[in-house]
Write a protein that binds this ligand. Structure first.
Ligand SMILES: Cc1cc2nc3c(=O)[nH]c(=O)nc-3n(C[C@H](O)[C@H](O)[C@H](O)COP(=O)(O)OP(=O)(O)OC[C@H]3O[C@@H](n4cnc5c(N)ncnc54)[C@H](O)[C@@H]3O)c2cc1C
Length: 412
């Protein structure tokens, strides 16, 4: 049986890739570069999937992914290969904030991994979760460590080791911002690759977080591309043309309906997943020049009077965008449940979260985008599957898994 995850060999002379997001494009490009004949089938009228562009207030912006994790150097290596090496940029050092359930917004604790504190009794942790919850979290240092099984969820581990204060007030808002899931609904290995092994080695969760933070390269854990992440999709698409991939847009395919070797780079069940809606506001608001909440905020579930789950102050986060926006500000808010009056609610939420009064007259332009985040799924051993539904959310993991699948196909 030919499978991207099996070691059984398969001869590839002709490959069809279903799905033209980054995962599908990475596989198609790698195979075509090695001389394979590749067809790429994409349901929509453009390539890139969730790495895409829209124009708001005459500014080209990312409509989906707007950064990538530096973890493993995978995305930066691909960017360099396709001519974007000099365009990789770090976000502003201002850092993100957190809006707790009650009380004012606070800066995100300095040493954390997905909100799990490396130092539970640090002042910036206590400011978010309170002293009692911080003392409970510190017990992690003395609770005997047990083997963490592969099926363990992130939520179960954090609750057991550090208590529900850390889980609900710190970890849940961050995990939700990244994965659109509660930590109880995501497996540890999918949410935080490497954390299980570090925990087993270090004996406590806080020590595992400190270990992983120390092992990470200095500087920001994320990066972006000057001009927007959508440039990654544009350059990959150009490479597909260069290497002769037969790209077929506007065609929906199911793996069973195609002969030969098929790589599924799209969710196997297109209806399963969680819908999120993004509201992008371009505003005239000089009060935002000082970036009052750094690069933006993640919002704890149940935060009074706020419907958004996260706000990115994009012009405070990316220097290239600040220059391009010419004094205006770009704010992006995400919603799990779309409010009836999206624009008005986004403006109200932005005012509350940023601590600045933003009136209707400040709005230069507004845009709404809707995405479906795919559920974890597997098409089974018979089908080579790549992309978010098997690799988890995030370009670093998606690209690494797609590269590995292509390498295995070529080696087969
Ligand atoms: C709003 C948002 C913000 C994000 N922000 C970040 C971020 O800042 N950093 C980060 O690293 N990641 C981020 N992500 C996640 C990241 O964008 C994804 O993990 C990654 O782009 C997924 O790539 P993919 O190719 O697996 O899937 P997709 O991008 O979903 O591509 C799948 C493609 O398959 C096509 N397709 C589906 N079904 C079929 C079919 N039957 N036949 C043919 N084609 C089909 C779709 O049209 C689509 O083009 C974000 C995601 C969203 C939605």
């Amino acid at each position: 049986m030919c499978s991207a995850t099996s070691s059984v060999s398969c001869t590839v002379t002709d490959v069809t890739v279903v799905g033209g997001g980054v995962a599908g494009m990475v596989v198609a490009r790698r195979l075509a570069m090695a001389g394979r004949s590749v067809t790429l089938i994409e349901a929509s009228d453009h390539l890139g999937g969730t790495v895409s562009r829209h124009t708001v207030g005459d500014i080209d912006l990312d409509a989906g992914a707007e950064s990538f994790a530096n973890r493993g150097g995978t995305v930066a290596a691909l960017a360099a290969e396709i001519g974007l090496g000099d365009e990789v940029v770090s976000p502003s050092a201002a850092g993100a904030w957190l809006q707790p359930v009650s009380g004012p917004a606070v800066p995100m604790p300095a040493t954390n991994l997905l909100g799990i504190p490396g130092t539970p009794l640090a002042a910036d942790v206590i400011a978010v979760i309170g002293q009692r919850a911080a003392i409970r979290a510190e017990l992690d240092a003395i609770i005997p460590s047990l083997w963490a099984s592969k099926s363990l969820t992130l939520g179960t581990l954090v609750r057991r080791r550090m208590g529900s204060g850390v889980l609900e007030k710190l970890v849940a808002p961050i995990v939700h911002g990244v994965h659109s899931l509660h930590p109880d609904d995501i497996q540890l290995d999918r949410a935080a690759p490497g954390l299980r092994a570090a925990f087993a080695r270090e004996g406590s969760l806080a020590a595992a977080v400190r270990f992983m933070r120390d092992a990470a390269p200095a500087g920001s854990s994320i990066a972006g591309i000057r001009g927007g992440m959508h440039r990654l999709a544009t350059e990959l698409a150009a490479d597909l043309q260069t290497y002769g991939v037969d790209v077929q847009l506007g065609r929906t395919a199911q793996p069973g309906s195609i002969g030969g070797t098929v790589v599924m780079a799209a969710p196997t069940d297109p209806t399963a997943g969680r819908r999120i809606v993004l509201a992008t506001l371009v505003v005239n608001a000089p009060e935002l020049d000082s970036a009052p909440r750094g690069t933006g905020l993640l919002v704890a579930a149940g935060a009074a009077g706020i419907s958004a789950r996260a706000l990115t102050h994009s012009t405070a986060k990316w220097e290239w965008l600040r220059e391009r926006a010419g004094g205006r500000h770009v704010l992006r808010l995400s919603y799990d449940v779309e409010p009836e009056q999206l624009q008005a609610t986004a403006l109200q939420d932005a005012s509350t979260l940023l601590g600045v009064r933003l009136g209707d007259s400040s709005v230069v332009d507004f845009a709404r985008v809707e995405w479906l985040r795919p559920a974890a799924s597997s098409a089974g051993d018979k089908i080579i599957q790549v992309g978010e539904s098997v690799a988890g959310s995030g370009l670093a993991g998606v690209i690494r898994q797609a590269e590995a699948a292509a390498a295995e196909l070529l080696a087969g």
